[in-house]
Design a protein around this ligand. Structure first.
Ligand code: 5GP
Ligand code: ZN
Length: 112
């Protein structure tokens, strides 16, 4: 999508701090980290949010979770949180599917 911030990051039109990349997904550090480790994992193909996941594209989501597990092991993350906000009321501000991966500090539950 031409006016999507994360599509522009994938295209290299906006710089980002890369954590991982393959044919399906891209991971990069969040510009406003909420924990000592805070990166985002996004599909390269534009999907608006979890609410647009379906039988045709869910393999991408499964792959992203494999990547998250692999990166967590490689980075020595024993405890971490994976978050995806769907819709403005839940805190979604960029409407390209992304999974926040947060680690390195105590976290509360339930979230605010
Ligand atoms: P959301 O609020 O949609 O769940 O998460 C969007 C995330 O994208 C936020 O945590 C925000 O800090 C991050 N973000 C917004 N703009 C940029 C940017 O230009 N570069 C990077 N690396 N992260 C961004
Ligand atoms: Zn996009």
């Amino acid at each position: 999508m031409s006016d999507c911030l994360f599509c522009k990051i994938i295209a290299g039109e906006i710089p980002s701090s890369k954590v991982y990349e393959d044919d399906v997904c891209y991971a990069f550090n969040d510009i406003a980290p909420q924990a000592p480790t805070h990166f985002l994992v996004i599909p390269k193909a534009h999907i608006g949010s979890v609410s647009e996941v379906n039988a045709d594209n869910s393999a991408v989501v499964a792959h992203i979770f494999e990547v998250i597990a692999k990166l967590a092991k490689e980075m020595g993350m024993e405890s971490y949180r994976v978050v995806s906000n769907i819709g403005e009321q839940a805190g979604q501000s960029v409407f390209h599917l992304h999974f926040h991966v947060l680690s390195g500090r105590d976290m509360t539950w339930p979230p605010g």
